[in-house]
Design a protein around this ligand. Structure first.
Ligand code: UD1
Ligand code: MG
Length: 468
C-alpha cells in the first residue's frame, strides 16, 4: 500500500514560551523538539513531509535542510489556517491519506502514529483523531462524545463551558485525514471563537455535520501527547523522553544505578554491562562500549569510549578513548584528544587536542595541549606542555617509552625522543635525543651551617631577608 503524506505544523509563535527562539527549536532530551517529531513521522516512511513554517522559518530550514517541503504561513492565524496554506498539488500522490502532526509534541511515538493510521484505515474514516485520557487536561482541546461514544466535536478550553472543562479526554494534535475531505473543508473554517483563530479541530465537526465518519483513536499512554506550550511543559516532556531513553538502555543491558540523576541524550549508544553511576550526563554523539564504568559524576559530550573503560568525576568533550582507559577523578579531556588502549589520565589533568599512545600515563596535575605522545610514556606530576607562545600554538612530540619528570615544562615546538628522560623541574626548550637525559634547571647549592649561623640574631630555622 502507498504511504500517507505528512503535514507538520511549526509556524506558531512562542508566546507562552516567552522566547526569541521558535518554539519547535527548543531542545528536549538533546535535540530540538521538531527533530523528535520528525523522527517519529519518518518511521512511517511518508510519501513526503510538508512543514508549515512562519516568519521564523530561516533557523528551522537551516537545521532541517531541504529534504522537506516548506510551506509558508505568513501570519499565525490558527492551526486550520496553517493547514489551509498547503496547495492541493502538495497532497497529490501517496495513499490519499494525510497525517497532520503538531510540531510541539516531541513525545509522539511512531507506534502511536501507526495506531492512528491503522484505526483510520480500519474505520474507513474521513478523519481520525488521536486522543488520550489525561490527569490534567488544562489548556487542551476536549473531546465531546455522544452518549453512545461517537465523536461529536472538539472544543478548545477557551470556548468550553465549565461542564465541558471537566472532560479529561483530550485532543492530541495528531490526526489522519483523507486528503480530499481535508482539502474540501479546510477552506470553510471561520474565526468565530474565543481566540479568533481558524481551528483545524473544527474541520472534524464540519465533516461530521456532513455525515462523514470521524473516528477517535484513544491511546492508553497519555505521555505520548505531552505537548509543549510553556517552560513547565518543556521540563515535563524532557522527563518523559529521558525516562524512555533510560528504560531503553536498561532493556539493552545497561545498569543505571540512579535513573533520577542520570541524563542521556537521544541517540547516545551504550554497550551491554556498562554501569552508569549517579550524576552522569551523556550528551550529543556519545558512544560508550561494553562493560565500562561511567561516573559517578561523569559528563561526556560527543565522546566515544571503547570497552571496559572507567571514567569517574570528569568532563570529557570531543574525545576518543580506547579500551581499558582510566580517566579521573577530576580530569578534563578537551576536543581533539585520542587516548589509546590502557591509557590513564588522573587527578586534575587536562588534555587538549592530543594523541596519547597505549598504556601511557598522565596521572597527576598536568596540562597536555597539542601533543603527540607515544606508547608507554610517563608524564610526571605537575608537568606542563607549554603549547602557546602568546601568538601561536605549537606541537610537542614525546616518543615511546619516554619519561617526563615531575614539574617539567616542555616548551613547544619540542621533540622528546623515544626512550629519553626529562629531569624533574626542567624547562625544556630544545629537543631531547633518543635515550638522553634532558636537564634544564639551576644546580642546587647547599650552604652549610646557614640555618644555625645566627647571622641575624634569630633563632635557628627562621629565615632572614638575605636568605638565598
Ligand atoms: C492545539 C489544539 C488542541 C489540542 C492541542 C494539543 C487547535 C485549535 N487546538 O492547541 O485541541 O489539544 O493542540 O497539543 O488545533 N501552529 C501553526 N500556525 C498557527 C498556529 C499554530 O503552525 O497559526 C502550530 C504551532 O507551531 C504548534 C501547533 O500548530 O506546533 C499547535 O499550535 P498551538 O498554538 O500549540 O495549539 P494549542 O493551543 O496547543
Ligand atoms: Mg500546543
Amino acid at each position: 500500500m502507498a504511504n500517507p503524506i505528512a503535514i507538520v505544523l511549526a509556524a506558531g509563535k512562542s508566546k507562552r514560551m516567552r522566547s526569541e527562539t521558535p518554539k519547535v527549536l527548543h531542545r528536549v532530551a538533546g535535540q530540538p523538539m521538531i527533530c523528535h517529531v520528525l523522527d517519529a513521522v519518518r518511521d512511517l516512511s511518508p510519501e513526503r513531509i510538508i512543514l508549515i513554517v512562519g516568519d521564523q522559518a530561516q533557523p528551522i530550514r537551516e537545521l532541517l535542510g531541504e529534504s522537506l517541503v516548506y510551506v509558508r504561513q505568513e501570519q499565525p492565524l490558527g492551526t486550520g489556517h496553517a493547514v489551509a496554506q498547503v496547495k492541493p498539488g502538495d497532497l497529490a500522490g501517496g495513499s490519499g491519506e494525510v497525517l497532520v502532526v503538531y510540531g510541539d509534541v516531541p513525545t509522539v511515538t511512531s507506534k502511536s502514529l501507526q495506531d492512528l493510521l491503522a484505526a483510520h484505515r480500519r474505520d474507513r474514516a474521513a478523519a481520525t483523531v488521536l486522543t488520550a485520557q489525561v490527569p490534567d487536561p488544562t489548556g487542551l482541546g476536549r473531546i465531546l462524545r455522544s452518549p453512545s461514544g461517537e465523536f461529536v466535536r472538539i472544543i478548545e478550553e477557551a470556548d468550553a463551558s465549565s461542564a465541558e472543562r471537566t472532560i479529561s479526554e483530550v485532543n492530541s494534535g495528531l490526526y489522519c485525514f483523507q486528503a480530499d475531505h481535508l482539502l474540501a473543508r479546510v477552506g470553510e473554517l471561520t474565526r468565530e471563537n474565543a481566540q479568533g483563530e481558524y481551528y483545524l479541530t473544527d474541520v472534524m465537526a464540519i465533516l461530521r455535520g456532513r455525515g462523514e465518519r470521524v473516528s477517535l483513536c484513544r491511546i492508553d499512554d497519555p505521555s505520548v501527547v505531552r505537548s509543549i506550550n510553556d517552560r513547565r511543559e518543556l521540563a515535563e516532556a524532557e522527563q518523559i523522553l529521558r525516562r524512555r531513553i533510560l528504560a531503553h538502555l536498561m532493556d539493552q543491558g545497561v545498569t543505571i544505578v540512579d535513573p533520577a540523576s542520570t541524563f542521556v541524550d537521544h541517540g547516545v549508544q551504550v554497550g551491554e554491562d556498562t554501569i552508569l553511576h549517579p550524576f552522569t550526563l551523556l550528551e550529543g554523539a556519545t558512544r560508550v562500549g561494553r562493560a565500562c564504568g561511567i561516573g559517578p559524576g561523569a559528563h561526556l559530550i560527543d565522546t566515544s569510549v571503547g570497552h571496559r573503560s572507567i571514567i569517574r568525576h570528569s568532563v570529557v568533550e570531543g574525545t576518543k578513548l580506547g579500551d581499558e582507559v582510566k580517566v579521573g577523578p577530576y580530569a578534563h579531556l578537551r576536543p581533539g584528544s585520542d587516548l589509546s588502549a590502557g591509557v590513564r589520565v588522573g587527578n586534575f589533568a587536562e588534555i587538549k587536542n592530543s594523541t596519547i599512545g597505549e598504556r601511557s600515563r598522565v596521572s597527576h596535575h598536568c596540562y597536555v595541549g597539542d601533543a603527540t605522545i607515544g606508547p608507554d610514556v610517563n608524564v610526571g606530576a605537575g608537568a606542563v606542555v607549554v603549547n602557546y607562545d602568546g601568538r601561536q600554538k605549537h606541537r610537542t612530540q614525546i616518543g615511546s617509552g619516554a619519561f617526563v619528570g615531575c614539574n617539567a615544562n616542555l616548551v613547544a615546538p619540542v621533540d622528546v625522543a623515544a626512550g629519553s628522560y626529562v629531569g624533574a623541574g626542567s624547562t625544556i626548550t630544545r629537543d631531547v635525543p633518543a635515550g638522553a637525559l634532558g636537564v634544564a634547571r639551576a644546580r642546587q647549592v647547599n650552604i652549610e651551617g646557614w640555618a644555625t649561623r645566627g647571622k641575624l640574631g634569630k633563632s635557628a630555622g627562621q629565615q632572614g631577608p638575605d636568605a638565598p
